[in-house]
Design a protein around this ligand. Sequence first.
Ligand code: PEP
Ligand code: MG
Length: 899
Amino acid sequence: MAEKKWVYSFGDGKAEGAARLRDLLGGKGANLAEMSNIGLPVPPGFTITTEVCTAFYENDRAFPDGLKAQVETALAEVGRAIGANFGDAKNPLLVSVRSGARASMPGMMDTVLNLGLNDATAAGLAARAGDERFAYDSYRRFIAMYSDVVLGVEHHNFEEILEYFKEEQELKLDTELSAEDWKNIVTLFKARVEEELGRPFPQDVDEQLWGAISAVFGSWRNRRAETYRRLHNIPESWGTAVNIQAMVFGNMGETSATGVAFTRNPSTGEKDYYGEFLINAQGEDVVAGIRTPQSLTKKAREIAKDKKPSMEEAMPGAFAELAAVFDRLEKHYADMQDVEFTVQDGKLWMLQTRAGKRTAKAALKIAVEMVGEGLIDEKTAISRVDPASLDQLLHPTLDPDAPRDVLATGLPASPGAASGEVVFNSEEAASMRQIGKSVILVRVETSPEDINGMHSAAAILTTRGGMTSHAAVVARGMGRPCVSGAGTIRIDYKTETFTASGVTVKKGDVITVDGSTGQVLKGEIPTLQPELSGDFATLMGWADKHRRMEVRTNAETPHDAETARKFGAEGIGLCRTEHMFFDEDRIVAVRQMILADDAKGRRAPLDKILPMQRDDFRQLFEIMHGLPVTIRLLDPPLHEFLPKGDAEIAQVAADTGMPADKLVRRLAELAESNPMLGHRGCRLGISFPEIYEMQARAIFEGALEAAKKTGAPVIPEIMVPLVAMKTELDFLKARIDAVAAEVGKEQGVGLTYHVGTMIELPRAALMAREIAESAEFFSFGTNDLTQTTYGISRDDAAQFMNDYLGKKILMQDPFVSLDRDGVGELVRIAAERGRATRPGIKLGICGEHGGDPASIAFCEEVGLTYVSCSPYRVPIARLAAAQAALHMGAAAGTAGSTA
Ligand code: PEP
Ligand code: MG
């Protein structure tokens, strides 16, 4: 049987590996192989595969059979290529040993440079290079790095020695140290290692090599790497590869250098080489920040007003070579690259290349320009931009250069940043806004009564509630920045103060809320305004061309509807009518309606509300100009509209003219112990059909008016919430139909409309076959469906969600990203059963998941007709829907070709 291949060589214009072997060779190894294959100058070396990492951990950190021999053969080959020998005192080969996982994990794992140096080879290197200073500088670097990474003698030991030495000799810069100085430092370093370990620094180069290989594999499971993997969803089973490569030296004097660079500007996307380099230095010097690196190009140096020459000026030959490599790499990878390079004695060597990380703005610009340059096609451009990152472009963001004084961190519930004076109640927010003040509304939690205050506030901060709490959902809908569930903040409504991190903030003090990070900051922090450039529009246009699902919006105010249209919404998927009930001019009538004893008592207030609702709907229909508009009938528990506390009760008694004692009795009758599962949703319509009838009439009359005005036909979609049984829907549909017939008769027209239901309860999903006999469309209310499937209250989840996430019981908050396995299965079942009864039934999603890219991908898989999300997420949904469609298309293509 052929021996398993553990080691892949590269360099010298050829390689055993290639970019496509990324899983086996890791990103760095695969790209070193790829660069070798396309003839770029790569120092020779080899990659030990990720399979060795797996074997290493399976065998109690022992290496698999055959590895040792394969490494020895590969190392000898590297020596031949470079004309040196590992451990040879006269002509030593030195190597670097570096990690490289499938996904880039910058700085998380270990690296050792200059390996192969000992007392004998250091002397040999000095003689051979004709440069003692270089040899002993390299040796001291190696001792410090190896001791830190492999032997556990921490870096500060060596820093202390060096600092003390420089002080004594009255030297400032490392570059001022002579060969003799470095020799002395080497002696001191070795003594410190022996002191710490009780044994000398290893002189045996093989021991050095295997020590370093073990340490790098071992670093796959260090705490830093584990945390990084958790944050970035990188499976532990992937493992890392280890790359061993002949050293090239950037510290060989003034004709040598080392640097890092991007082939385009990673923060703006401009097509400019972007990077830094240092003359007479090794890689770690650039990152360590001990010396200030110099600009790569003359242009960048001039902009930075830097006195030291750029690489373009100081090393024109090597720079020209590097620029040619950049162009070659971009053409080959068809993407912006992030590279490391070294110049040894005037000759350029490439040490790494990978796709460069970039801001959303840069991602858009690069994707659009690369299509223009013919490097990629539109589909690839669409895949290059992370939909969630578009948020960075749609909202004001905090100036990244401004100092921050963080008071507390909560959930990043609604993106954007704003500063303002703290207020603790909604009335005050509204009145302060009227006199032109920017205010931050700070509440323990918000309720529908706070709508006005939330609208008046520049941002909202709550100490309780999760990502689908009232505050979070409403703030996202309005495009207001919001931090929710900032549990370390203590609010005292009485004294109108809150405390956080030992600081007391009073009403009127200025704070800043960053809804993109969840941070609450002291004072005002400058923000940067969004710029929706041409690139944004171009990419969105491509996304629209390639997506299958429609994108609608959740909106109930004309302002939100207009914003959503501007962002490209193709209709309204959810209009939550109850949000319209809180306006000052109608809340009294709404309360009278709820507090009434019987249908007769409800009549008069309903008659008052009707014209207002009709006007609300007319406006929405007009803004949407013939696009579909789904209006949901009243949904929330009624007590949300009712007063709490003596003062409010007295006020409501005065407003409604109801005696206070009667009001208190009625409030007690209406109280529920579990309102989320209580008298809400269609249950209200069953108990009080006249409410739904009034709403249906308002919808039909509003639609007729809008159609007359705009000339565009309006086909309203009326949606019944929280249905569990077909009989509920049938009861209500009969009433809606009757109202339609009535209105049609009154106005002498035939009305076209659709009646459908939300699927928000497991029973509704299971009974979808029957429900679809009556429902003309389904809209998945995945907020409630998640709540009822898990049995986790939306309003209380924040209190323990972090424990679940921290203890890895949940990998993701299911209220943020749809739980494919459980809730998703119900969605799938309902879609299938609904279609079985009514082929072509319109299926949408209007829970918060409708704006989450991963959930949108799921919606594409189950073939929903549309997703609906808050206005500011519409562009994100458009792009995510396009990516999902392209992904499905590609997957179908692959399946087809293998079949
Ligand atoms: C839902 O439950 O997903 C939904 C959209 O309705 P609401 O959030 O208003 O309960
Ligand atoms: Mg719901």
